[in-house]
Design a protein around this ligand. Structure first.
Ligand code: ADP
Length: 447
């Protein structure tokens, strides 16, 4: 087992990894920018290294500074957390080249799944059903036109290096195709430095359902059920729940087996998530994330399995602590992502938190780095807390979550807590009958 892990991240996920390390009796090293000097993960870590100024390009994305910090403190492994360098295959390779273990999949798998065109080709070879679409990147408008004709409108132009819902444009018909193609290409170039795009059928009312998998080096590959992530704004998840209210046990096992057989064939190592769109009883692969997910705690709540602990054990060359037959789904869990944003305009609202009161009670978990007196910096993602609630069944989970949302106080900055209260009070949420467009339409109608 490792003796010292450097956590190459910040915020709630840095704290999440730190807790898993403490349980495994592993020393922790926090890295931080000057903007995060007073962060809780920095205070709680055994050691900390300031690696640069506030902008992430100069700190949390600064590979030489991170490697130097790891060498300085003698860390034997680096956990990349979520976001930042967690899906950067070059970083994983550089870490390994310095004789430090990267806590994540093999670089070749990160690279293959990071290119969404290659990911789709790989998924198809592994027997995963795909959203109908182009097999290669679309090099010019003529090519886009031919592919769209084959697929049938509406179509979606997507960035090969896409992430965070960026570089994605819909063309409802032929007239909209050229502008969608041009806009997607330039957005992709600006966001990812890669303007390659591909085309997919734009599904009308699907749900986003993803399967959590884990694989160790002894050939044990398991699936841990699915997460339903259809409550989205701008193609970004807002609330997630597990299990999905839309599928039964038989379907759950079928899609879980498809996912775990595929990663087993790949020789994949570590945690991963295969994301699907689900429409008219059919699953369609959209991408694979080769890292821990923001929404991993809902899977932990219904399975009782500590995913970060397993992730560290796998990276240390140890076997998973459970087998597929041990995975039992118990009750229901929902996660609300709380952002420092205005709940109507979604304009970020960084600043000092003067009052923080955490909700409590059976089945209530908060993953957050905030405290009374904490200053939310303006430089990073606006996610400041995740509220995760578990109940014996979906109804109890919703009742507990509503109460937790009544109790929580984060003042005076604006947060999305009110948006969550609103969503939880709808009939659609009560029934679980939403799709990926429901929240966006609800917000449009409210304005
Ligand atoms: P990113 O990596 O940018 O998050 P994804 O491919 O994971 O992009 O898709 C994010 C979201 O965009 C999905 O959850 C879904 O809401 C929407 N989306 C993606 N592909 C399609 C599609 N073919 N049809 C309809 N919606 C889609």
């Amino acid at each position: 087992m490792f003796s010292k892990i450097l956590i190459a991240n910040r915020g709630d996920v840095a704290l999440r990894v730190l807790r898993a390390c403490k349980e495994l009796n592993i020393k922790t090293v926090a890295i931080h920018s000057t903007a995060d000097n007073d962060s809780i993960h920095v205070r709680l870590a055994d050691e900390s290294v300031c690696i640069g100024p506030a902008p992430s390009s100069k700190s949390y994305l600064n590979i030489p500074a991170i490697i130097t910090a790891a060498q300085l403190v003698g860390a034997d492994a680096i956990h990349p957390g979520v976001g930042f360098l967690s899906e950067n295959p070059d970083f994983a390779e550089i870490v390994e080249a310095h004789n430090i273990v990267f806590i994540g999949p093999k670089p070749e798998h990160i690279r293959c799944m990071g290119d969404k065109i290659e990911a789709k080709i790989t998924a198809q070879k592994l027997g995963i059903p795909l959203v109908p679409g182009s097999e290669n990147d679309i090099y010019d408008f003529e090519n886009a036109y031919e592919e769209a004709q084959k697929i049938g409108y509406p179509v979606l132009i997507k960035a090969a290096s896409g992430g965070g819902g960026r570089g994605m444009k819909v063309a409802l018909n032929e007239e909209e195709l050229e502008s969608a193609f041009t806009a997607a290409k330039s957005e992709a170039k600006a966001a990812f430095g890669d303007d390659r795009v591909y085309i997919e059928k734009y599904l009308q009312n699907p749900r986003h359902i993803e399967v959590q998998i884990a694989a160790d080096k002894f050939g044990n590959t398991v699936h841990l059920g699915e997460r339903e992530c259809s409550i989205q704004r701008r193609h970004q998840k807002v609330i997630e729940e597990a299990p999905s209210p839309a599928i039964d046990n038989k379907t759950r096992n079928t899609i879980g087996e498809i996912a775990s057989n595929a990663v087993s064939k790949m020789g994949y190592l570590g945690l991963g998530t295969i994301e699907f769109l689900y429409e008219n009883d059919e699953f369609f692969f959209i991408e694979m994330n080769t890292r821990l997910q923001v929404e991993h705690p809902i899977t932990e709540a219904i399975t009782g399995i500590d995913l970060v602990r397993e992730q560290i054990m796998i990276a240390a060359g140890l076997p998973l602590s459970f087998k597929q037959n041990d995975v039992k789904i118990n009750g229901h869990a929902i996660e609300c992502r709380i952002n420092a944003e205005d709940p109507r305009t979604f304009i970020p609202s960084p600043g000092k938190i003067l009052q923080f009161h955490s909700p409590c009670g059976l089945g209530v978990r908060i993953e957050s780095c905030i405290y009374s007196g904490y200053e939310v910096p303006p430089y990073y993602d606006s996610l400041i807390a995740k509220l995760i609630v578990h109940g014996n069944n979906r109804n109890q989970c919703i009742l507990r979550l509503k109460q937790a949302l009544r109790e929580i106080v984060i003042e005076p900055i604006s947060t999305t807590i009110d948006l969550h209260r609103d969503i939880l009070n709808t009939e659609v949420m009560k029934k679980g009958s939403y799709d990926i467009r429901w929240l966006e339409n609800k917000l449009l109608n409210a304005n």
